[in-house]
Design a protein around this ligand. Structure first.
Ligand code: ZN
Length: 181
């Protein structure tokens, strides 16, 4: 998957204001995998784009009222149909992991790329999502030498007790195919 100036060449772009410069722009050394659906368990609407661009309508759904004030983003979303949306260029810090640490190092947002899969913690992900995710990971591992297979974590790994995504239905074994290194 081609990356030009820290953007995926073929993804949809929905620029999120919820990002800022990384403390060290050259340190991109972790990938954090998440899942999200809005409202929970419903797929395909524009709500995730709206959440990440601070335009979610709090009156549209009771759940939206709880989260519409949040200032959050991820770098990339992979939808159920395989469509990829990018919100933040990879050299900037997206606001996805919250209070977190990886192997003792806090503030994962500083040095990580956040990837959201459209889905829930209670349901299998789609075949096409694994396909796209593997292509995306190949591209990222080529583009950013600080990344490696060993530096891919679940949100639940970096924020244990606080987060559970992407959850038990995410099949880690499927990430080991076609990797460049
Ligand atoms: Zn998450």
């Amino acid at each position: 998957m081609l990356i030009i100036d820290h953007w995926l060449a073929t993804a949809q772009r929905v620029a999120s204001p919820n990002s800022d410069p990384r403390p060290d722009p050259s340190d991109i050394s972790l990938i954090v995998l998440h899942c999200i659906s809005l409202p929970p368990g419903e797929f395909g609407s524009d709500s995730i784009n709206q959440l990440f661009t601070n335009s979610l309508n709090a009156t549209e759904h009771p759940y939206f009222a709880k989260i519409s004030h949040l200032k959050v983003s991820a770098h990339v979303l992979i939808r159920r149909d395989g469509t990829i949306v990018q919100y933040v260029p990879f050299h900037r810090r997206a606001w996805h992991a919250g209070i977190s640490s990886f192997r003792g190092r806090p503030r994962c947002n500083d040095f990580s790329i956040g990837i959201e899969l459209e889905g829930t913690e209670h349901m299998n992900f789609e075949e096409i999502q694994y396909l796209r995710l593997n292509n995306l990971l190949e591209g990222l591992l080529e583009a950013y030498p600080g990344l490696s297979q060993e530096r891919i974590a679940a949100h639940s790994d970096v924020a244990p007790g606080r987060k559970r995504d992407p959850g038990p239905h995410f099949d880690w074994a499927r990430l080991r195919i076609h990797w460049p290194r």
